[in-house]
Ligand binder design. Structure first.
Ligand SMILES: CC(C)(COP(=O)(O)OP(=O)(O)OC[C@H]1O[C@@H](n2cnc3c(N)ncnc32)[C@H](O)[C@@H]1OP(=O)(O)O)[C@@H](O)C(=O)NCCC(=O)NCCS
Length: 191
């Protein structure tokens, strides 16, 4: 397929594709229609954003969702990447990923993309994604472990005692370590 026939748009700018998108994604990862539509209708100019791949006949060919990654503010988390079943293996996934990267860099002004996968590692690695420790898609910029919290509690000042120096700050999560357990492969790419 000629790439000049293809276009990638934010779903919220073309809501007429909501139903088709819901069906395509649910065919791959079955979920209640209500839950899926809730997720898709959350798409907006900031994050989350659902991007859709359309051909010259205005048929829906693919989808991907970008979500906020609070622990790594200059990145986002890419999920629900899917190409419609009959059109796989024709480089459409590659085209969609390239357009997603341009969107993230130029529109969202991000420097990285993170994702997790189980089975599509080779697809992403061919696109330049590298392995990384699991990242948290929830919560705060710093990942505070239970051990960090317990060790902080131990040094809380006791009643009537002199106030000791404050406990050391927990170490921020680095790219080489993580205390998140997952059976998925986490990958990232600098844009
Ligand atoms: C993964 C997916 C998006 C790839 O899209 P696609 O259009 O079929 O992929 P492309 O044709 O652009 O493939 C690009 C390259 O990746 C390779 N590739 C694609 N899927 C692969 C897989 N599952 N395992 C190994 N290699 C794969 C292709 O062989 C091709 O290699 P080449 O450049 O050497 O020829 C698509 O197969 C899909 O929708 N899968 C189901 C949903 C899914 O698993 N999504 C990923 C969630 S993490």
């Amino acid at each position: 397929m000629d790439v000049t026939d293809l276009q990638v748009f934010p779903l919220h700018k073309h809501p007429q594709y909501l139903e088709a998108c819901c069906e395509m994604i649910n065919e791959e990862w079955p979920r209640s229609r209500t839950a899926r539509m809730l997720s898709l209708t959350a798409s907006c100019d900031k994050l989350p954003t659902s991007l859709i791949l359309i051909d010259s006949k205005f048929s829906l060919l693919g989808h991907a969702k970008l979500t906020c990654l609070p622990s790594i503010p200059n990145s986002c988390f890419l999920e629900t990447v899917v190409i419609t079943k009959t059109m796989r293996g024709k480089k459409l996934g590659t085209f969609l990923m390239r357009e997603i990267e341009i969107y993230c860099k130029n529109i969202l002004k991000l420097e990285m993309i993170h994702l997790s996968t189980k089975g599509q590692e080779q697809f992403y690695s061919k696109l330049g994604y590298e392995l990384c420790p699991p990242v948290s898609i929830y919560g705060n910029p710093m990942n505070i472990s239970k051990t960090d919290l317990l060790s902080s509690e131990k040094v809380l000042p006791q009643e009537n005692s002199c106030i000791p120096p404050p406990p050391p700050m927990p170490k921020p999560q680095s790219i080489t370590s993580s205390n998140i357990k997952s059976n998925k492969t986490y990958m990232f790419k600098y844009l």
